[in-house]
Ligand binder design. Structure first.
Ligand code: PNS
Length: 167
């Protein structure tokens, strides 16, 4: 049996469109579990994206500044390939409710099939964040609702600026 790795390099992948306080909670907790944590933004050119990949990375770079072992990257193609290229040996994902479980289980099993040595670990979302999703934040903002406390201040400001431009 192989000895456990002495050096855990975590990768936390996602769309982060936009980053929420739930994501930030996971980054803070994840950063205490690994030596280095790479927050990796998926480069998807979905027309429905609110922020460009560059903007999302800019937001992330701003909010991870207090965490010296956290860095921000972006990827396309397979997550397992990007993880290998960055030397990561642990995928971190958050689970809010049982409804997340099925999707997360499928991804974890597929990733394990693609690269068995890359483990996935799940953190349960903090209870204060378990109802927050990027999708709902986008919907509430687009309908004029208040999302303060659900997203970091920099995201809130950018969302407001985006909505003003649309008026
Ligand atoms: O925040 P999201 O949208 O739930 O994150 C999904 C993400 C980025 C983790 C997932 O879509 C992903 O890993 N995409 C990369 C493509 C890939 O590797 N697919 C095969 C394994 S599931």
């Amino acid at each position: 049996m192989a000895a456990p790795p002495l050096h855990l390099i975590g990768i936390y992948p996602g769309s982060f469109d936009p980053l929420t306080n739930g994501h930030l909670d996971l980054i803070a907790r994840g950063s205490r579990m690994v030596q280095r944590l790479i927050v990796a933004v998926l480069k998807n050119d979905s027309k429905r994206a609110l922020f460009s990949v560059e903007e999302r990375m800019e937001i992330l770079a701003e909010v991870v500044r207090p965490y010296p072992n956290v860095e921000v990257g972006s990827f396309d193609g397979l997550l397992v390939d990007y993880a290998a290229s960055r030397g990561a040996n642990l995928i971190l994902r958050g689970i809010r409710a049982i409804s997340d479980y099925e999707y997360e289980l499928q991804m974890a099993l597929m990733n394990r099939r693609l690269k068995p040595e890359l483990e996935t670990a799940f953190l349960m979302a903090g209870e204060a964040y378990s109802f927050i999703s990027s999708h709902l934040v986008k919907e509430v903002v687009s309908l004029g609702g208040d999302v303060s406390g659900l997203v970091p201040p920099t995201v809130e400001q950018r969302l407001k600026a985006r909505m003003k431009r649309k008026e």
